[in-house]
Design a binder for this molecule. Structure first.
Ligand SMILES: Cc1cn([C@H]2C[C@H](O)[C@@H](COP(=O)(O)OP(=O)(O)OP(=O)(O)O)O2)c(=O)[nH]c1=O
Length: 188
């Protein structure tokens, strides 16, 4: 049996692991999340998950889980908005369209690693300017890829979703649990 370490500051990732019954400790470090020019969203989430992983030290019997989520529309990658103007632009780009949410996961011990990503397609209704301005005032836009939270008032924009809801929230928990078994980690 290995001890699980969550390398994340995201309250959602912690909650999802707890809901699934895992016992774990949180150990995270600040890394600068840089997406290089020309990277696909898949490459970006795998790369950032690995960068986060490599910034954290592990003991012999530990398994580290790190993850990254981005939104992609028309091949453009939307990360977290830096300001209201970014957030407004992101929501305008998502309005009335289908976008993809990619979550990458990196699992490793000091000896071995495993990485994968999960794609979920989310379709938004048309958003009016008033709706967008209202959403900007809710405070939900910060710290979320694409400037919305499907688990909050952002749910009101979603016409349909194809894929894993939990992956959109930040962690594809069912796939994660299957991969964790290969590292001898199971939920309680
Ligand atoms: C699209 C979407 C994203 N998100 C969140 C999930 C991620 O936490 C966040 C994207 O930022 P990330 O960089 O993936 O994660 P983080 O900075 O929150 O945490 P850490 O790097 O320490 O693990 O956006 C939602 O909560 N709801 C949503 O609907």
């Amino acid at each position: 049996m290995c001890n699980l370490v969550l390398g994340s500051q995201s309250p959602r990732r912690k909650e999802l692991l707890e809901l699934a019954g895992y016992r774990f400790v949180v150990r995270s470090s600040e890394v600068e999340e840089v997406i290089e020019e020309g990277m696909t969203p898949e490459e970006a989430v795998l790369h950032l998950s690995q960068v986060k992983s490599e910034s954290i030290e592990l003991l012999e019997d530990e398994v580290l889980l790190t993850s990254d989520t981005v939104v992609s529309v028309d091949g453009r990658i939307l990360g977290k908005p830096a300001n209201f103007s970014d957030a407004r632009s992101y929501l305008q780009q998502l309005s009335g369209r289908t976008h993809e949410v990619f979550t990458g996961v990196y699992l490793r011990t000091n000896e071995e690693s495993c990485t994968f990503f999960v794609q979920t397609d989310v379709t938004f209704y048309d958003l009016s300017d008033n709706e967008i301005e209202w959403y900007l005032s809710t405070g939900e836009i910060w710290d979320k890829a694409g400037a919305y939270g499907i688990q909050g008032k952002g749910a009101l924009f979603v016409e349909k979703i194809d894929g894993d809801y939990y992956s959109v929230v930040g962690l594809p928990i069912s796939r994660v649990s299957r991969e964790l078994r290969t590292f001898n980690v199971s939920s309680g």
